[in-house]
Design a protein around this ligand. Structure first.
Ligand code: AMP
Length: 356
């Protein structure tokens, strides 16, 4: 029997556990305040569902443990500054950026990057938190604590946002899913669309992500989020873990990203994922579950069993069918069963389905 501990006990850990159950692998997501004495560390493999964590008795112990896969990579990738430096050193393009160090610097940045920029905390931000849109003349609205602890990025005018999810094994082999289209609102992922047929940037994206994974000697699933611009792909960020934009793989692929990650970290063979059908993933954010969703046969509900709070991801719906028209019709039914703010994301997905 294999035993895997996951640092963090949110929805990603939960879905890793569910994937493990089917394969006879015991996966225990662990809360950060768990007493390390209660764990069977000598017989396990350790992974993480998050790239950063506060120092607790547990994390101090785990972060030095030899079976913590990718242990030394998390500190590099959990800091936007060192992550971007690494990507740029490999000759891979990112959004133009600079470390933000002092107030006067913003004047020069506005003249280089344009009259509005995005300031992002180097560590700790997620789902749009720890980010500020700052325009020239409004510098004082930026918290002072950002200087020295943030980066500043040029605003990119992209035609689409896409992500690539891939996995690398101990033997250096890599496998990838097709590029997924993503819609973010206020920095939070709302909808993903996966189409059949190869995207023009697929091979380029695979080359970029495999270059990054190889450089880091990375093992497991990694996600790369990109902007599509006229010159090609710009990396926005990479995540050393299973990723929200890969949740559609649970219902529309021959192997889910969760199973793929477990296989990689346990040194099991990595099958090439086969995409069975196009799909749309809708994130459920701060709303109660509604069993009416399940009246639609093409809808798969994944509920995280978390306390419902405003802005909190509490589940997702995968809508899957061989016919994009049928997916689109199902989405039209779902619009009436969801709060009005879902309408924009759904019509964006329907447009993508039509183009595909
Ligand atoms: P992040 O937290 O860096 O993943 O950003 C969340 C979302 O904010 C992205 O998916 C984009 O939709 C948007 N965003 C972030 N950085 C930029 C940028 N430099 N230019 C334009 N949009 C951005």
């Amino acid at each position: 029997m294999k035993l895997v501990y996951v640092v963090g006990n949110g929805q990603l850990g939960r879905m890793l556990r569910q994937a493990g159950e089917r394969m006879g692998i015991t996966v225990y997501p662990i809360a950060l305040d768990t007493d390390p004495e209660t764990l069977h560390i000598s017989q396990c493999v350790i992974t993480a569902e998050r790239e950063q964590w506060p120092a607790t008795e547990l994390t101090r112990m785990l972060s030095t443990h030899r079976t913590f896969v990718n242990r030394d990579i998390f500190p590099i990738l959990s800091d936007r500054l060192t992550q971007k430096q690494l990507i740029n050193q490999l000759g891979i393009g990112t959004t133009p950026w600079q470390p933000l160090l002092y107030t006067k610097q913003l004047e020069h940045i506005f003249s280089d990057f344009g009259k509005c920029v995005i300031v992002k905390n180097r560590t700790g931000g997620y789902d749009g938190r720890g980010q500020w849109l700052i325009c020239s003349g409004k510098e004082s609205s930026l918290p002072h604590s950002c200087y020295g602890s943030s980066i500043v990025e040029k605003i990119v005018h992209f035609s689409s946002e896409v992500s690539l999810i891939g996995a690398r094994g101990y033997d250096g082999s890599t496998v990838f899913y097709p590029l997924t289209y993503n819609l973010h609102q206020d920095g939070i992922l709302r909808v993903s669309v996966i189409l059949s047929g190869q995207h023009a940037q697929q091979k380029t994206a695979e080359y970029m992500l495999s270059t990054i994974m190889r450089e880091l000697h990375y093992i497991g699933v990694m996600a790369m989020e990109c902007f599509i611009v006229p010159e090609g792909l710009l990396v926005n960020e990479i995540a050393p873990r299973v990723h929200n934009s890969g949740h559609w793989t649970q219902n529309a692929a021959s192997i889910s990203q969760f199973e793929l990650h477990l296989r990689a970290i346990l040194n099991l063979p990595l099958p090439i994922p086969v995409i069975n059908m196009p799909a749309v993933m809708l994130n459920l954010i701060g709303i109660n579950a509604d069993m009416e969703w399940l009246a639609e046969p093409r809808v798969y509900l994944h509920w995280y069993d978390k306390k419902v709070q405003q802005g909190r991801k509490v589940g997702h719906l995968n809508v899957v069918d061989a016919s994009t028209l049928s997916i689109s019709k199902t989405l039209s039914t779902l619009v009436s069963l969801l709060p009005s703010e879902y309408a924009r994301g759904i019509s964006w997905a329907q447009e993508k389905l039509e183009q595909g």
